[in-house]
Design a protein around this ligand. Structure first.
Ligand SMILES: C[S@@+](CC[C@H](N)C(=O)[O-])C[C@H]1O[C@@H](n2cnc3c(N)ncnc32)[C@H](O)[C@@H]1O
Length: 455
């Protein structure tokens, strides 16, 4: 049957719900249309942007009748800025919608008719919660400035004066760097023409320690006065670590080798009563307060008694493993980032944890070797990136057959697919699943799941 809509057609649609990824879901005689910028309960005028056999995509161009959960967005940059998608949806509705998306993924993709879903843990703070932000430089007529990509545009950057996801300190550091770049007459990099110099600014804050790390990313060559840059940042007593990285490729990346311009190599953050050293390229959950809550759920699901061998796979800087180490016999962590593993080893020492070991490696390739070395794990914690247990990781994990897997997921669709494969191929059952909202106003949702072997 042909799709009942055509590209560029204008439609009047009523939005039922939000789909995973953040688009509104509308139905036209049963045919699904995903509507960008449509919120639940809205009736919108929308222009069709893409048509496929089973569904279409559209952009809401006008809200004809707002839904009951619409609120005023506080940020002056919303909705032009690509950082937030839902500042104009009441927070309770955002959280409810995310819980619904996890349930839907577990039913539809996981094949679990009645998922054992627990109520979502909402965010403690819905604004100012991020401990890290990456800004892009862009060139305006009167000089360079800093901001975020515009919503739906990879090629245009919106100047930001005040971001509601960071702190006053984060905003002040970014604006100070902008003024420095202007007064030194530096030029922002132009992605299209591959000209210019200033590329990105990364600002990281230890929210429980008050320490900040700043990383400037430029094109090749030392075309700025490094001492002047350091002086601008040393005005902020919180800034403890200033790095510079050079990006020689057109790719828009910031995880590059850095040169320390001033201060400490790393800053510290405190989580669940432990101190963690964080280097520029090491992974740290970007919402400190909710990371503590997330780890609390993982700890509850792991239900350790002190006698267990625990694997912490995709361990980053060792946060989960070190938080669990006090309740375990031994903890063994793997992460592919050598910089993160260097931090994990330092962090074990920093906290006087003697029963945790960390190794750099790809989980799919290294976990069998770890198994040989450590013996059978009682609990395996996995916290993979969005792609889930990709490559050989899931198969290897299934072969190891730990009694309990605690799966910390940042993508309910891959969690659901992995839970299904763990059930079908390796006999695991999903016992508990708890969504955690770490990222208000964005489509992201975290879930902690408990899988048990032997069904
Ligand atoms: C979502 S983070 C979790 C980090 C940590 N558990 C935490 O809570 O901070 C995912 C981590 O997986 C690592 N990673 C990604 N792919 C990997 C792979 N194939 N093998 C090992 N580590 C991987 C990344 O370096 C990153 O540190």
């Amino acid at each position: 049957m042909a799709a009942p809509v055509t590209k560029d057609q204008e439609l009047e649609l009523t939005i039922d719900s939000l789909a995973y990824g953040g688009n509104g879901v509308a139905r036209l005689n049963g045919f699904v249309v995903f509507v960008r910028r449509g919120l639940p309960g809205d009736t919108v005028r929308a222009r069709v942007t893409k048509v496929q056999r089973r569904h279409a995509e559209a952009l809401a161009t006008e809200v004809l009748r707002p839904g009951p959960q619409r609120v005023d967005a506080p940020c002056a940059h919303y909705p032009a800025c690509g950082g937030c998608r839902f500042q104009d949806l009441a927070y309770e509705a955002q959280a409810e919608s995310k819980a619904g998306q996890v349930a839907d993924a577990l039913r539809r993709i996981g094949g679990i008719a009645e998922p054992p879903l627990e109520p979502i843990l909402p965010a403690d703070d819905v604004f100012h919660y991020r401990n890290k932000l990456e800004y892009s430089f862009t060139q305006l007529e009167d000089g360079p400035t800093l901001g975020f990509h515009k919503a739906g545009r990879w090629d245009e950057v919106l100047e930001i004066e005040r971001c509601w996801l960071t702190t006053d300190l984060g905003n002040a550091i970014r604006n100070a760097v902008r003024e420095w770049a202007r007064s030194d007459r530096l030029v922002a990099y132009d992605q299209e023409g591959q000209t210019g110099y200033l590329r990105h600014l990364v600002v990281r804050e230890g929210r429980n320690t008050g320490q900040a790390l700043v990383q400037l990313v430029t094109g090749p060559g030392e075309k700025f006065d490094t001492g002047g840059f350091v002086d601008v940042l040393r005005v902020f007593p919180e800034v403890r670590s200033i790095h510079w990285a050079v990006n020689e490729t057109p790719a828009e990346v910031t995880n590059l080798p850095t040169r320390l311009l001033w201060g400490e190599e790393a800053i510290e953050e405190e989580l669940c009563g432990l101190r963690f050293r964080v280097r520029p390229n090491a992974f740290l959950q970007t919402n400190t307060a909710m990371a503590e809550r997330l780890y609390g759920v993982a700890r509850e699901f792991a239900a350790l008694t002190g006698n267990e061998t625990v694997f912490d796979l995709y361990c980053g800087i060792g946060t989960i493993g070190l938080v669990l180490a006090g309740d375990a016999l031994t903890v063994w962590g793997i992460d592919m980032s050598e910089e993160s593993i260097a931090c994990a080893l330092e962090n074990a020492e920093l906290n006087g944890v003697g029963n945790a070991a960390f190794f750099a490696g790809n989980v799919g390739q290294s976990v069998a070797e770890l198994h040989e070395r450590s013996g059978d794990p009682d609990v395996v914690v996995v916290d993979p990136p969005r792609a889930g247990l990709a490559g050989k990781a899931l198969k290897r994990l299934g072969e190891i057959g730990a009694p309990r897997i605690v799966y910390v997921s940042c993508n309910p669709t891959t969690l659901a697919g992995d839970a299904k494969r763990l059930a079908d191929d390796h006999g695991y059952a999903l016992r508990r699943a708890k969504p955690v909202d770490m990222f208000p106003h964005t489509p992201h949702v975290e879930t902690v799941a408990l899988l048990e072997a032997g069904v």
